[in-house]
Design a protein around this ligand. Structure first.
Ligand code: NCD
Ligand code: ZN
Length: 361
């Protein structure tokens, strides 16, 4: 069966988004639904990071003010001030998970983790309360140990295994998997461990970002066989892997300014369309076959499996029950940039290139 040119699907859910705050949030929050998504799992790496329940609640209401028709699932930033008591308070307040960042490794990760064992009491409380641990799974570069951004994720995987073995009932998401090794590690864990896959990592390899700041993100895209492993994990997933775009908007000045470039690829406005384009390109390369891309696979990967893992139900708050989208191949062209107040300008992934179109049914 060749790929269809039109799919009607349940609204997508994006389990890893950076919506920022202030003027940048005002510019990017309206692009969530534009991408076919009505559930957004919101990352806490603001400046300062979201480390308390009241900060998360205030942040959520700012997002709701910008677009009340999205369901925002909130997270806390794993930090020394997070104790088992904070975990229990978070659970009562409806916080969905806690995100760990390795210190200094990516955008706004200055107060991230250096020693995971120090958080074992927190993980134990999360396991008990049913909060999800979202892991940015990379080790900091350490040249004596031959660790660089290319093997930072593979080097982290023993830590994932260790946390899972100690806390087998703790639900863990290895975020934005980029390597064949990560896919294998997630698959080797029990059913409490899953992985998210971004849209851009289904397209990119190292050659694409070396020299192009708009393709640079953490974790960096790796080798062709790693991209192949992600595509295979996608089409054979059955729930072990699902969508988390890691859409990470940065102003053009932070991407192309005088200093080091900021890590992050902006994919929010075309979250679902990019996925269809990535699958098409993968089929053209012979990485996957057309008949692997079924309606059931798209429904699961783009939202069904993530909703199930997180126990997301249609609620009074946010997205309407049973919303559906139509994704069509229509020669839509990705915008050159998205602008906001104060001169903000964010360049989307694959600007000026063709992608699919999404509309609300
Ligand atoms: C993210 C950001 O900009 O907030 N950047 C990125 O490259 N993915 C942070 C993160 O998720 O690592
Ligand atoms: Zn992220």
């Amino acid at each position: 069966m060749p790929l269809a040119t039109r799919y009607e699907l349940p609204a997508a859910a994006d389990f890893h988004v950076h919506l920022r705050d202030g003027a940048m949030a005002a510019a990017v929050v309206p692009t969530v639904r534009q991408g076919g998504v009505n559930v957004a799992y919101v990352m806490p790496n603001l400046v300062p990071p979201v480390t308390t329940v009241s900060q998360a609640q205030a942040y959520k209401s700012r997002l709701q003010h910008l677009d009340p028709s999205v369901t925002y699932l909130m997270t806390l930033y794993l930090h020394p001030t997070i104790t088992p008591d904070v975990v229990r308070e978070a659970k009562k307040a409806g916080i969905a998970g806690i995100k760990s960042y390795p210190q200094g490794l990516t955008t706004n990760s200055e107060s991230g983790v250096t020693d995971y064992a120090a958080f074992y009491p927190v993980f134990a409380a999360m396991e008990e309360e049913g909060l999800v641990l979202n892991i940015h799974g990379e080790c900091a570069s350490d040249h004596k140990k031959n660790i660089t951004i290319m093997n930072a994720e593979a080097s982290f995987l023993p830590t994932l295994k260790e946390i899972h073995n100690r806390f087998p009932k703790l639900r863990i998401v290895l975020e934005h998997c980029t390597t064949a090794d990560a896919v294998k590690a997630v698959e080797a864990c029990g059913e409490t461990v899953v992985g998210t896959i971004t849209a851009h990592h289904l397209f990119l390899i190292v050659d694409d970002w070396a020299g192009d700041v708009f393709h640079y993100c953490k974790p960096v895209a790796k080798m062709p066989n790693d991209r192949l492993a992600l595509l295979k994990a996608f089409v054979t997933s059955r729930g072990k892997f699902f969508l988390g775009t890691d859409s990470a908007p940065h102003d053009i000045s932070a991407k192309k300014g005088p200093g080091n470039t900021a890590a992050g690829v902006f994919t929010q406005p075309y979250a679902v369309p990019y996925i269809l384009t990535a699958l098409e390109e993968a089929i053209a390369r012979g990485d996957i076959s057309e008949d692997q891309v079924t309606q059931e696979l798209l429904e699961g990967f783009l939202g069904g499996w993530g909703r199930k893992f997180y126990g997301v139900e249609d609620s009074e708050e946010g997205a309407k029950k049973g919303e559906r989208i139509v994704v069509e191949k229509k020669d839509e062209v990705v915008a050159e940039s998205f602008k906001g107040e104060g001169g903000i300008e964010v360049v989307p992934f694959r600007k000026g290139q063709k992608t699919w179109s999404v509309s609300w049914a």
